[in-house]
Design a protein around this ligand. Structure first.
Ligand code: SF4
Length: 63
């Protein structure tokens, strides 16, 4: 599983970084996702973070 943040949609609310800091970090005012495969143990939290994003800026992809 991989995660991508759409920088055109992200409003910098920090929710994803709070829920899954191993995968989402804030760079300035926007969130960025870990590059590459998400470690298996972090997948549930990453999915939670994606679902919690208020503007649906996080896309999850099977890899
Ligand atoms: S939860 Fe969504 S809007 Fe908020 S920082 Fe993360 S990607 Fe951006």
């Amino acid at each position: 599983m991989r995660a991508f943040v759409d920088p055109d949609l992200c409003i910098g609310c920090t929710q994803c970084a709070g829920i899954c800091p191993a995968v989402f970090t804030m760079e300035g005012t926007l969130a960025v996702a870990l590059v590459g495969e998400i470690p298996g143990e972090e997948v549930p939290a990453a999915v939670d973070a994606a679902q919690a994003c208020p503007v649906s800026a996080i896309r999850m992809e099977e890899s």
